[in-house]
Every structure is written in C-alpha cells, then in structure tokens.
Design a protein around this ligand. Structure first.
Ligand code: BG6
Length: 487
C-alpha cells in the first residue's frame, strides 16, 4: 500500500513464493518481471525462493531458460547477471491442479527449501482456484504453525454472486480471511493509491467532493487491444467480468467512499463495502453493451482466435450508476470500458457544477471545471479551470494545473504487481479485496449480467470510441463523455 511506494531500506523477509501457472501469460508478462524488478532493486530478500508449479514437462533449468526468454521480452533494461542470480532461486514442481500427489510433492519441496513463510499465487485459469486452495489445505499447507501461509487469488473471483459466494466458502473453510489476498491490480496503480492522499491529506479537494459541487463523475477504461491470445478466457468472461466488476467498481469506490478513521486494510475496505451497498445501476435501460466488429484494419471480435463465431459476449459496457447517500444523491457516475477502442486510457473525471452566476459579459458560457485523474498511460492529475486571458478585453481562457508523475519523479512508477507482491510478503491487505467486498461488487453488476444474458448488443467498429448508444446515454442527460487520454 502507500508505504510500499518508496524503495525499501530493509529487504522484505525471505519467503518461498509458489507461482501456480508459472508457464502462463500472467507469470511471463507480470509476475516474473515484477519479482525480478524487486530482486534487482534490493527490495526482495536475497534468500527469497520462487517455486514454479505447472503441468508442463520441465525441470529447473528448462523453466529458467523459458522464463528468461519471457522476462527479456517484457523487461526493457534486463541486467543478465542480476537475472542469472535471480533465476538461480527459481525451481520447478510439475503437477496438475487437482492431483493430491503433486501437492504432497510441493510440500516436500518447500520443506527442503526450508523457508518458514510461504506465498501461493494462482496465476491460473479461474476454474483452478478452488482445486488449488483444496490441494494446498489437504497437503497441510494452509496451516500457519511454522510461518505465514498467504494465498493470492487472481480475478475474476467467481463469475457471478452465487459462484463468488461458493468460492469464498470453499476457500474460507481452508484458509482464514487474513490469509487470503484477492487481487485487483488497478488498486496498486499510483493514481488509484493517490486518490486517498489527494482527498485526505489536503484541505483543497474534500470540501468540493460531494453533490454540492460535483455535477457528475466519469470513469473510463479504454483499451486498443483485442483478445491478444486470451480469446478462450475472454469469450467466457466478457468485459463485465474481466474489468467492470473489479477494476472499474474499485475506482468508483475510491472516489465515493467516506474518509476512513485510519488507513488500514479493514477500515478502508469497510468504507468501500458501504459504497457498494449504496450503489445501484441508475435505472433499467441505463446500460449499453457492445461488441466490436471489423474496422480500421482490425478484425471483428467474432473473428478472433478461440472466440465463438456467433459469440454474443460484450466487449464494451457503459452504465450509469447512482450512489444512494447524502454525499452523492443526484450525482450520476458514468462508467465505461471496452476492448479495441481508439486509444489506451484509464481515467476518472470529476465534472464540477457550473458557477451559479457569472457577472461578465461573455459571448460564450465558460466551460465547467474538471478534475481529471489519469491512471493509464502517463499517470497524473489535472485540474481544468477558467482564467483571464491577458489583454485589455475580458476574455476567458481554459487553463490547467497539472501534476504528472513523469515530470516530477525520476524513477518510473513501480508496476502494480511489484507493489502488490511486496504487500503480500509484508502482510498488508489494504489493496486487496475482502470476501464481503467481492460479493457486494457482484451484486452491483447483477443488472449488467442480466442485460448480457438478454443478449442486447450494440456493434461498434474496432478502433472507434464505442457504440453510438453509449454516447446517447449521456446526451440524454445533457452531458457528453470526455475524450480520455493525455491530450
Ligand atoms: C486485466 C484484464 O485485468 O487488465 C485485461 O484482464 C486488461 O483484459 C488489463 O487488458 C489492463 O490492465 P492495464 O494495467 O494495462 O490497464
């Protein structure tokens, strides 16, 4: 969490980190590069061991070679000596996720490594989370008699409320809630973490943070990529389960929550859960689901590898929400996410109300002020407001106050996975989702899942900014979406 943004002066305690699905995409793209980076900057204890677990027929050496290739592809300035040193701490256990014998072998392997504390990371398809939790517990690996045992569960956590509840029950019969880290990497993005500091470490913003001053809120997660080799997964998940139920609702909760008494895991999560309980899809029909069709040189969704050619899975969703409490009554929260959109940009916009009265003779009504929090790319915060243009005439100009991490700090921001892995090792669950929180989020998206089941789908050309109907959603309220991105 916040404290882990600064480079550690002391390395984290040594532990064994088991990566289930070590040969998969998430391990190659995110986990191993993050572990390597933590090792390279001295944050990870030099005795940390990484144990890869997967079904492929590999041994320690062939796994290291394979990971080396993957990490070289994803880390720009890899230091070969440092990588060799790190790779020397990686070993392999082969097994299936439902094979009790494989978990016994894993337990013996960890005993031989001899580190008291263990982290188990499920970088595997969602259907394996339950068998992995079961296999670990049956092999005695959930017991904290000799050190901590922490289970990191990737998203999506369930496919709806009922399945999330069942998964929570299964996991919590085997691990205590304090041992379970349900991950959402958006919470570890610097701007997401900064929301709390912006709001609660300044006096400037919080007084405007309510229906007295805010007209509406927009949250956008736009991605130019399609399914990128994840067609089989995506065609089961779709945009609602992939990013809407988790990343987007988490951002909404960080904007809408009340100040916690203390910034710790339970206080923060208590406040977010209250937001989810107060959150409703504004009204039936205030949801737009879409699917991309061929456009701008890209194939349509149904032409992507491993996608059903008749698929009705949405790749785009936009919805209007309301937070039913005193602070937010009357302030719509418009939320949208989509694949194969024109550009990559994740951001939050707080649009302020127009001034009640403007005493100047102006030809144009001045634009309303706007606070923009950029998460991806080019993280930063920008306040757009009106100012006088220099000269004898009174003309209003549009100016901004800008904070960009890139210009302010020399070090690049840590990757979200670096922050989260370190938090797990240090036992800080602030940036992870609690059981009740995940369930409350599924309750919020239930109307969207119903709309998905009804199959209403608006086509939009790949490379556009989404279906027309999503624009109409705001235009009907006399508003419009702001174009996301740095310019
Ligand atoms: C993941 C989704 O959680 O987030 C992906 O499964 C998506 O579909 C990714 O592409 C986007 O993350 P980021 O950090 O690149 O915005």
């Amino acid at each position: 969490m916040l404290a882990s943004c600064v480079p550690a002066t002391e390395p984290a305690p040594p532990c064994a980190i088991v990566v289930f699905g070590v040969t998969g995409d998430l391990a190659a793209r995110k986990l191993l590069p993050a572990l390597y980076a933590l090792h390279a900057n001295g944050t990870l204890h030099p005795k940390t061991a990484v144990v890869g677990f997967a079904r492929s027929d590999l041994d320690d050496e062939s796994l290291r070679r394979r990971l080396g290739e993957a990490v070289r592809e994803h880390v720009a300035d890899l230091d070969e000596d440092v990588w060799r040193e790190f790779a020397g701490r990686v070993t392999y256990v082969r097994g299936a996720y439902d094979d009790a014998g494989a978990f016994e072998r894993l337990a013996a392997h960890l005993d031989a490594i001899g580190l008291p504390d263990h982290v188990y990371y499920t970088a595997t398809p969602p259907e394996t989370y339950a068998p992995i939790a079961g296999g670990l517990a049956d092999a005695g690996m959930a017991s904290e008699r000799t050190g901590f045992r922490r289970l990191v569960v990737e998203k999506p956590f369930g496919i709806d409320l009922a399945s999330a509840r069942a998964l929570n029950e299964h996991v919590l019969e085997r691990f205590a809630e304090t041992q379970v880290y349900r991950i959402d990497h958006y919470l570890a993005k610097e701007t997401a973490q900064n929301l709390a500091v912006l709001r609660f470490a300044n006096t400037l913003f919080e007084p405007m943070w309510s229906n007295r001053t805010i007209d509406h809120v927009q949250i956008t997660m736009a991605e130019p990529l399609g399914t990128e080799g994840r067609g089989a997964f995506y065609d089961q998940a779709g945009v609602i389960r992939d990013v809407f139920q988790n990343h987007l609702l988490q951002l909404l909760a960080l904007v809408a929550m009340e100040p916690p008494g203390h910034y710790d895991a339970d206080s923060v999560r208590d406040e977010k859960v209250k937001v989810f309980h107060a959150l409703r899809c504004a009204a039936p029909g205030r949801t737009v689901l879409g699917q991309y069709v061929a456009g701008n040189g890209h194939p349509g969704y149904r032409e992507e590898a491993d996608v059903d050619p008749d698929s009705r899975m949405p790749t785009y969703a936009a919805a209007a929400f309301e937070v039913r409490n005193w602070r937010w009554a009357g302030v719509p929260f418009y939320v949208r996410a989509g694949k194969r959109l024109e550009r990559k940009a994740s951001e939050i916009v707080l649009r302020l109300k127009a001034p009640p009265y403007v005493p100047f003779d102006l030809t144009d009504v001045p634009k309303a002020d706007r606070l923009v929090l950029r998460l991806v790319p080019d993280e930063g915060i920008r306040l757009h407001f009106n100012a006088k243009r220099p000269g004898q005439d009174l003309e209003v100009d549009r100016v901004s106050l800008d904070f960009a991490y890139h210009g302010r700090y020399q070090r690049p921001n840590p990757d979200a996975y670096e922050t989260l892995l370190l938090d797990v090792i240090e036992g800080d669950a602030t940036l992870f989702m609690r059981a009740d929180e995940v369930e409350a989020q599924w309750r919020v998206v239930a109307p969207l899942l119903e709309a998905e089941a009804q199959g209403a789908l608006h086509p939009y050309p790949a490379g556009s900014m989404g279906p027309e109907a999503a624009h109409a959603l705001l235009e009907g309220d006399g508003r419009h979406w702001y174009r996301p991105g740095p310019d």
